[in-house]
Every structure is written in C-alpha cells, then in structure tokens.
Design a protein around this ligand. Sequence first.
Ligand SMILES: NC(=[NH2+])NCCC[C@H](N)C(=O)O
Ligand SMILES: [Mn+2]
Ligand SMILES: [Mn+2]
Length: 351
Amino acid sequence: MRLKLRLTDLKVFKRCLHSNATRVGILGVPFDKGQTKIGVGNGPAAIRKMGLIERLEQIEGKLDIKDFGDVSYEIPPNLEHQNVPNMKGYVEFVACNHKLSKSVENIINEERICVTLGGDHSLGLGTVDGHLKSKNENVCVLWVDAHPDLNTNKTSNSGNVHGMPMALLAKELSDYWPYLPGLDWQKPIISLRNIAYIGLRSVDLYERVVIDKLGINAFGMEDIENYGISTVVEMAINKIDPNKDKSIHVSFDIDALDTLEAPSTGSAVRGGMTLREGIQLMEIVHRTGRLSALDLVEVNPNIGTEQEVHRTVDAAIHIIAAGLGHSRRGLRPKNVNTLPLQTFPPTRQVI
Ligand SMILES: NC(=[NH2+])NCCC[C@H](N)C(=O)O
Ligand SMILES: [Mn+2]
Ligand SMILES: [Mn+2]
C-alpha cells in the first residue's frame, strides 16, 4: 500500500511533533448593534466569568491559550454620517468589523485557532474576512444557525444587520448590494460553494429563494432528524472541503440549539439541536485537525432567568471545549503505570 501524504496531513503531523500544545487565541467582541435587544454585548464577559479558560485548561494535551481581550473600535470621521437604507447600526457595524477582521487575521497568523466570543452574529463578517486574509486563506465555512443570515438590505424585514453577514460575504451575491460606504476593505470573496449551513429552521422568503437558486449546501433540522448529526456534519464537510485541505471556520450561533438548551438568546426558535448534537458536531470538526476559527455568538445574558442564563453560557462553553478537543470519554492520566492505585485491605470476609 502506498502512503499518500497531503500538505495538510504534514501540517498536522508537524504540529504534533514540534509542540504538544494546540495554540488558541480568545477574542471578545461585545458588539450588539446588529440587532435591537440589549445585552448580547455582555456575552463575552459572561462566558469568561463562567470559567471558559479554566475549562479549556483542563483539556487533554494542554492548550496554549492566549486571551486577546475585547475588540474596541472608533468610528472614523469620514464614516460618521453615512448610512445605508434598512441597515441599522451601519456605521458601528462597519467600524467594528474592520477592526475585528485585522485582529482575527493576526491571531490566525500567530498559528492560533481564533475563538471569537460574541456579540451578535453580524461579527461573522469580520471573522470570516480576517480568516480569508490570513495565511490560512483557503477557507470553508460551517454556519451553524437556526437562520441563514442571508438577507440583503432589500430583502430584510427587520433591517438588523445580524441577519445579513452571509449575503455580504458571498461572492455570488455581490451584485445585489448597493454601494456600501466604508466597506471597501471587505470584498465578497468567498464562494457559496465553500459554505454549508447546519441547523436551519427559520428561513425568510428571499433567503429560501437564494438557497434554492444558488444551490447552497443547507442542512436543516429535518436533515439532522433524518440522517443523524454525524452523517450531516460529514456530508457538509465533504461538500465544502472535498480534498480535505481547507482551513475550517465554524460560525456557531447559539440559537442553533433548541430554546430549551439555550434560552438566553435574541432570536430563539424552538425545535432546534440538542446540546449533545452541538457537541458531537464540534467533536467531528475537531477530529479533522483543520479547525482554524470558531465564533460563538448571540449569547444574551440579559434574557431569561439566572438559571436560564447559566444553562445557555454553560452550553456555549461545552461547544467551544468540544471544538478544542475536550473528550467526553474522560482523560487518561499520563503516569498511568506509576499511579498509587491503592488496594484496600479486605473489610469483608469472602465466604
Ligand atoms: N444572527 C441571527 N440571530 N439572525 C437572526 C435573523 C432573523 C431574521 N432572518 C432577520 O433577518 O432579521
Ligand atoms: Mn446567526
Ligand atoms: Mn440565528
């Protein structure tokens, strides 16, 4: 049998040889202007406060984690009075994502998996853009979400830009946008062929038309129901990364999970994924060895009771940990042969 090695196999191999630690960069984006509910900007603080980093430090093989803090931004003077019809918070959206894109690019260029904590999902524009501009430029995206976030300013019923990032990123939709001031740094440079949705169940009229017309890889809840989550994830990855040589970007909207699993989010839709399915999805992505960026967005600690917030943030941490190698099988102690596995003196008479 001939052994065929690909460049990515070599990269993974090299990573194992030279450093025993996967490098991770954490980046908070307390951005909430992409929608209208107060609180989603508190997502990064809530996730950190509940012990994300401590939980990640327990992962086998020890991660090398660096927290890059939160992205801050200023509105450049030439942008101040710009606006685009039916795009709320446009100026803030543009300024924040520009800064975010650069931060993500730098973190990935430092050979770290970039974990971005949202914030609302409009930040997907900046994270995917930064990933595409990094040295891992050959990107495919798994958009895990109840919604496709594929509206333009003409099709959106809400005018909320967190429902639009995919339409801005997609090469094939560039002609459907008017001139967007201040957004020239962002080119719609990813082909929809390199994108797959998982978990859809709330698709707007025009979003449905676009998905069907352009043949976008879209796996809805009914597919998860019919085939099971592992088959769906494998089908999705095979579609967008058939040669297994791409850098994987997972943009995980917490509302992909069922409302009972993740109640503290702004656009909750019942009938979603279980946390178990979310974890399984992330474990499969982890096993590819090609995860390069993970967004965890739309956690809103101002929605719901204390218990519901706790459940939602905990779910978010489970998703991130699974993507970074946490194993549900448990750890094997390294010094298994020298452990003082005590045998106790018999306390009962064996008859
Ligand atoms: N990232 C999200 N949670 N997006 C929800 C979008 C909802 C709806 N499709 C809209 O355009 O407003
Ligand atoms: Mn979303
Ligand atoms: Mn959503």
